[in-house]
Ligand binder design. Sequence first.
Ligand SMILES: [Zn+2]
Ligand SMILES: [Zn+2]
Length: 162
Amino acid sequence: MPPSQNNRLVALILLLKDEWLPAQRNRFNEWFNGCREEPILFWETPKVRYGTYTVGGITALWLITWLVGSFVPAPPKNARPRATTASYHVTCDRNDCGHHFLIDRKFGFDDFPVVCPKCHKETGRQSMRCLSSQCKGKYVLPAERDGKKVCSECGAAARVAG
Ligand SMILES: [Zn+2]
Ligand SMILES: [Zn+2]
């Protein structure tokens, strides 16, 4: 009876197990013992040497990438998105109210008057800072005199709030 495929496979496995594996093990043991006695042998094994070069190269690349990355300033964790709004000082134009408040609007906002949060009328006008000795930096409503913006309270030239 001719040997079946299975038998040949078993024979091959047995051959590997009995011949190839012990041979590999012996080679490894020889190499290992050699390395133990003579550590330079370990380094002279091409697989070890090239393996070390490869690992070393990858480590160096990774280090360079990491170093370069650490030199580029990362945005701080609590960085706020770039401001697109500004705070505007608003003063209510009603004589019996005169409430001063701040609103946040887009840059260049010019849609005054806005609603006053105190009297709920649309009477909030952009106010300016008056630095005269009388007003002492108070936010006032601008008035116009000879085509110039002046303080509506003291008549001095008013400066736009910074
Ligand atoms: Zn008001
Ligand atoms: Zn003034």
